[in-house]
Write a protein that binds this ligand. Structure first.
Ligand SMILES: Cc1ncc(COP(=O)(O)O)c(C=O)c1O
Length: 382
């Protein structure tokens, strides 16, 4: 019956059932590493919490449900989830990836996995021919982030999946920015959906958690093997908090979208702003794809104020209600300076090629009263 639920109901009920022991409506935080056995192998489905933990299972089932997948896996962080996906590959394999992806993903690709003989190509993905030109017999996976962090480029998941299916490649989509409220990549042809659940899914800036969702049992089995073998799982408390966050994802996202739109339009009209990156603008180069692929445009905005690196630093220092901090997707508004923060691990030349200039500022627009957010930006820009 729960399979047929619509999205808002799935965030609350998807994959959930009252706890078997006492009927607890919320899954108990099973703070245990191990489980009693009556005889060797005589257990109730749980042996050791790296392999499985009931609170984590509840989160994994919720993840699978909201992404319209069959299997969910929860990890200690978003990067731990990406790490597990890359471990599907071996030396000589090649990956084609979005050019302006999250700096931490770039670092993991380049500084860790390249050492083990995996090659990465970073490509602007609004042109399918550009992607196809990198495909060769060693190519095994395409890694897509959309919207991209922080340039807010939108990649056409359906078009990329036509390509990956044609060439028999895996398509993995980092759905952290959009969340399944706005887009469900598995329905658009992706094989793997990845989340930094630290962001919108958790929603309250109080956990670091990662997630994967797939729709294919054999792929789920391979990823489960890696999850257990490498062991980067999240604990029961973090599983519980993420699950609690997911239950309000739809209402939070609705407000993030409303506030995001109001702030994007406010910045666009501001005389001290040079450029605003938000996919809701008709002038955004990928607006049509965003409109077709996403239910709304989200709460993430990047902008370039008139001026240089130091001017941008002054603005983020002056903000009060927007907290200057790494991360995004919480109920509170955050501001970041990608060149010195999230994207500092990408060489200047490389990051500027994709638009991450020294003055770029990224906003994660929260769900406060939007007039208060505008007033804060106004005083910081004055
Ligand atoms: C788009 C995106 N993917 C992946 C990650 C990594 O997730 P985590 O910080 O949970 O490891 C982040 C973190 O900022 C992100 O923004």
């Amino acid at each position: 019956m729960k399979k047929d639920l619509k999205f808002n109901s799935k965030t609350i009920h998807g994959g959930q059932h009252p706890d078997k022991a006492y009927g607890a409506v919320m899954p108990p935080i099973y703070q245990t590493s191990t489980y009693a056995q009556t005889t060797p192998g005589g257990h109730k489905g749980y042996e050791y919490s790296r392999s499985a933990n009931p609170t984590r299972t509840a989160l994994e089932q919720a993840l699978a449900s909201i992404e319209n997948g069959s299997h969910g896996l929860a990890f200690a962080s978003g990067l731990a989830a990406i790490d597990a996906v890359l471990k599907l590959l071996g030396p000589g394999d090649e990956v084609i990836s979005t050019s302006d992806l999250y700096g931490g993903s770039y670092r993991l690709f380049k500084k860790v996995f390249e050492k083990y003989g995996i090659r990465f190509h970073f490509v602007g993905m609004d042109n399918m021919e550009a992607i196809e030109s990198y495909i060769n017999p060693n190519t095994k996976m395409v890694w897509v982030e959309t919207p991209t962090n922080p340039m807010m480029n939108i990649i056409d998941i359906k078009a990329v999946s036509a390509l990956t299916q044609k060439h028999g490649l895996l398509l993995a989509v980092d759905n952290t920015f959009a969340t399944p409220y706005l887009q469900q990549p598995l329905d658009l042809g992706a094989d793997i959906v990845m989340h930094s659940a630290t962001k919108y899914l958790g929603g309250h800036s109080d956990v670091v958690v990662g997630g994967l969702v797939v729709k294919d049992k054999s792929l789920a089995d391979r990823l489960y093997f890696i999850q257990n073998a490498s062991g980067a799982v999240c604990g029961p408390m973090d599983s519980f908090l993420t699950l609690r966050g997911i239950k309000t994802l739809h209402v939070r996202m609705q407000r993030h979208c409303e506030n995001g739109e109001a702030i994007a339009k406010y910045l666009q009209a501001h005389p001290k702003i040079e450029k605003v990156y938000w996919p809701g603008f008709e002038t955004h180069p990928n607006h049509k794809v965003a409109k077709a692929q996403m239910k709304g445009f989200g709460g993430m905005i990047s902008f370039v104020p008139k001026g240089n690196y130091d001017d941008a630093i002054k603005i983020v220092e002056k903000l009060n209600l927007f907290t200057l901090a790494e991360s995004l997707g919480g109920v509170e508004s955050l501001a970041g300076h990608p060149a010195s923060m999230t994207h500092a691990s990408i060489p200047k030349e490389e990051r500027e090629k994709s638009g991450v200039v020294d003055a770029l500022i990224r906003l994660s627009v929260g769900i406060e009263d939007v007039e208060d957010l505008k007033a804060d930006l106004e005083q910081a820009l004055s």
